[in-house]
Design a protein around this ligand. Structure first.
Ligand code: NAP
Length: 286
């Protein structure tokens, strides 16, 4: 299959390159292909004639989205609209990624694809707008909501990933305070990319939740990182209130892979096992 990939040097993008190596992959980066530029998107997609477009591009500095609302909507909503229109024109599937932050997080039960959304941050609202645009503009869209991504390439948009950030702080001997009142499912981009490669050739469309299995708070995630890595860290729990971030975050944003389960495809690892694998690969050079 000929696939055009956006954000190919992002953390999910890099693992998708690996997982899709049997396909004819046209890798684009922010520099070479800006999803916000409607004319460029139309031209490149027409020239390329892909059978699928996979969009990992995002503006996802969650706190910055509160003030940079236009910029976040440009990438997370308008950019998705551009890709959906271009995909429709050449009859290509569109795979797009969304987030657990489309939920309010006030119900402590894993959220399914049919649960009502109610984002509480500008980032969440912009990502929900992107989901809706993809779904209404192009019936061959697959929207994948995921959560707490980490991968060897590190999130370029966030200047690293949580695992690397924790290990760096510990190496520096910093006092590390991590919120213990936000529950999520850390998900390895390696695992997510593997699932995308399995879903893509099937005829499915619509919304999917794809995360690792199990859940934890950010504090528990950090504690597990240090435990597996065998690193001594000055780690203590804190609260969202004490942290006082510009953007609100859901207290509970665990996703249930309901659709994958119904298709017999939810073989994603428990988050601890995936983390162990990541840290082992890291020791071996990534
Ligand atoms: N990271 C998480 O914890 C998390 C959680 C849930 C959902 N998601 C979603 O998962 C997807 C992948 O995230 P990720 O962690 O892999 O992010 P990432 O590492 O920051 O990768 C995003 C890529 O998109 C590129 N990009 C940004 N703006 C662009 C534009 N206007 N046109 C083209 N490319 C652009 C970035 O390039 P530059 O860096 O050069 O700008 C980067 O290569 C995103 O949709 C995100 O919203 C992420």
């Amino acid at each position: 299959m000929k696939i055009l990939l956006t954000g190919a040097n992002g953390q999910l993008g890099r693992d998708l390159v690996d997982a899709l190596r049997e396909h004819e992959l046209v890798k684009t980066t922010h520099q070479s292909f800006d999803v916000v530029d409607f004319d460029q998107v139309q031209r490149v997609v027409r020239e390329c004639q892909p059978q699928a477009i996979i969009n990992t591009a995002a503006f996802h500095k969650v706190d910055l989205c509160e003030t940079e609302v236009l910029a976040s909507f440009a990438v997370n909503a308008y950019g998705v609209r551009n890709l959906a229109l271009a995909a429709r024109e050449v009859d290509a599937k569109l795979v797009h990624f969304s987030t657990d932050y489309v939920f309010e997080g006030n119900v402590a039960v894993p959220r399914t694809e049919s649960d009502p959304t109610n984002p509480i941050s500008a980032y969440g609202v912009s990502k929900l707008a992107g989901e809706k645009l993809a779904a209404y503009l192009w019936r061959k869209s697959i929207v994948i909501r995921t959560c707490g991504l980490y991968g060897h390439a590190g999130s370029s948009g966030k200047g690293g990933n949580f695992v690397e950030m924790m290990l760096k702080k510990a190496a520096n001997g910093d006092a590390i305070r991590v919120v213990d009142d936000q529950r999520l499912t850390p998900t390895s981009t390696r695992e997510l990319a593997r699932k995308v490669a399995e879903l893509l050739p099937s005829g499915v469309s619509g919304l999917f939740h794809i995360t690792a299995n199990g859940d934890c708070t950010w504090f528990e995630f950090a504690r597990e990182i240090f435990k597996i890595a065998g690193v001594k860290a000055n780690l203590s729990p804190t609260t969202s209130e004490a942290f006082n971030s510009p953007a609100r975050r859901p207290a509970y944003s665990v996703l249930d892979n309901t659709r994958l389960k119904s298709m017999g495809m939810d073989d994603l690892k428990d988050w601890r096992a995936a983390l162990q694998e990541y840290l082992q690969e890291r020791r071996q050079g990534g």
